[in-house]
Design a protein around this ligand. Sequence first.
Ligand code: ADP
Ligand code: MG
Length: 699
Amino acid sequence: MPENTNSRTDRRKFPHTTAMMTPQTQAILNINEATAKKLAKLHLNTLWDLALHLPLRYEDETHITPIADAPLGVPVQIEAKVLTQEVQFKPRKQLVVQVADASGSVLYLRFIHFYPSHQQQLVRGNTIRALGEIKHGFFGDEMIHPKVRQAENRSLAETLTPIYPTVNGLNQPTLRRLIQTALKHIPPTDTLPNALLNELQLPHLTDSLTLLHAPPPEYTIHDLHNGALPAWQRLKFDELLAQQLSMRLARKKRISGSAKALCGNESLSQALLAQLPFTLTRAQQNAWAEIRRDLAQTHPMHRLLQGDVGSGKTIVAALAALIAVEAGFQAAVMAPTEILAEQHYLKFKQWFEPLGLNTAWLSGSLKKREKTAAKAAIAEGTAQIAVGTHALFQDDVGFDNLGLVIVDEQHRFGVAQRLALKNKGEDLHQLMMSATPIPRTLAMSFFADLDVSVIDELPPGRTPIKTRLVNSVRRDEVAALVRRTGEMGRQVYWVCPLIEESETLQLQTAVETQQQLQAELPSMRIGLVHGRLKPQEKADIMAAFVRAELQVLVATTVIEVGVDVPNAGLMVIEHAERMGLAQLHQLRGRVGRGAAASVCVLLFSEPLSELAKSRLKVIYENTDGFEIARQDLILRGPGEFLGARQSGTPMLRFADLEEDLNLLEAARRLAEPLITKQPHVVEQHLERWLGSKEGYLGV
Ligand code: ADP
Ligand code: MG
């Protein structure tokens, strides 16, 4: 099995389905409803699901290794006689069994969790087989929690033993038997044309499955745990191909749909541009042109506007909204948090009011009367633009003539919200924005159904941010730096530690941090903003910071996205080691927005885990969001980027995007010709790979 799948078994999870096995399939497998239900938990509902349920790893029970010859730290099977058995109570309750094999070597077997059945099996004088890794223990060599069986009358396994992912109550032998039965009943024909397999030098599917489920004796564990094994390559390819095909079909479906063409005359957008104190960067202009072209089409736009923090996505979104308005439609702008949504609202209002446009503000926290008024303006069309949180897409909000939806930080929205948006209008143009760069491999796979515009340059005149890693024992020096920054007339963010276990504790820490800083720096104006404040209070504090009435803003991570204060020159992040790379990068991007030099201080506390060390190193050495995202992908897999998308897209179980780039490229290259020339192949392939999961595509 490829290494990555071993260590990330959670990638095998699919979204909940209510699908169940048909009675016919149950009959073929000779199982009852109860077993079928357990299989359903593993999303095994068809013969193909079973055939494609591949081992996580293999165990070698084909031979016995003499204890004296056994290498340390790798799984071996030994056969030995029990000499003694003892339940010890110190340092904790455990079963310790001493065994010796024919070579006369002695070994301890230690069980921290054990049942009476273990004690029965391991009585003195019994000959047993134990499978596990030998390590040097305190009293001698030992195996901890080996797999133990009686040795008498048991012949050695002829092939390696596959170990499958399973659920409670479904043991390995049963699963193995069902999978073998399924393999006998699936059609042996390959879906992929021979020519293609030859070209890619891939073996047939059924051959690959047979090999992986019951490897012939000549295969070693080493062979089978290697993802480069042709059989694994075939499965990875098929999986990647299924993903490419389904993405492309979803895209084709969207493109065949109908939407209102939004053709603006640029009267409003040019007026806004004339009003700005800056000109658009080349990248912003390109992105805007791409959006304008999409909006003029009669099928819905699905475009992701991607740009590093501070690259200037907001103005591009505003220009897109104006195209809709010029064409006689409304635009809705949605952001995941109240603070971010409000920032957009204030900015848009400031830009649009001089153009004679009316921008409505809708969030969950509005008073009933304000909400009613906002909804009325949206429904009657007196508000051409509506900005808000997901409250915008609740059932009782009706638009007069909605043409474009803009979603900021789209990856932070949950599935329910995405579904609500989807139900509001399949035929709406959608512009999504994200500062979390999507690494190339993800863009080629999970995000293959989106069109992407990238803002790949920052507005001119910015000085790169200096990043400093500072041990928290030197916090005093940081306080001094805060003072100096204030004396230079610049402002400071101080981000309090993330305390995942307790919101109360997090709040308390923030309050104390503010008090402590205020005590250390009595002449400075220090404000505090956190998630428990009322929206109006938050807005007031943020506004005071924007107007530079506050010099220091102590904050929980609420300032993470979107806040724009170019005069801020210092960002201090406490317990930076607890934060993810994407978050650190976002926070750091809150400074360095003006021409003057800015500093980001990452305070860390020891001890640091290996992961934390690697993350701090990456953020210290890199400023480019794309590189940081790529490193993040390597450090922790694609979960972070996919966010809500996970539930919409079949996760890859076998393929690894970085490692299997060549297969991904091949799958991408072949998907389109297959769809146009061999639709039956596509249908069969997707049926096999997605089966009951297909309904989840495209959410
Ligand atoms: P983000 O992409 O992170 O949402 P913003 O849209 O908030 O970034 O823009 C960051 C800052 O850069 C804002 O202060 C914005 O006014 C400014 N800005 C945007 N485009 C330009 C430009 N072309 N030239 C100069 N400043 C710009
Ligand atoms: Mg933004």
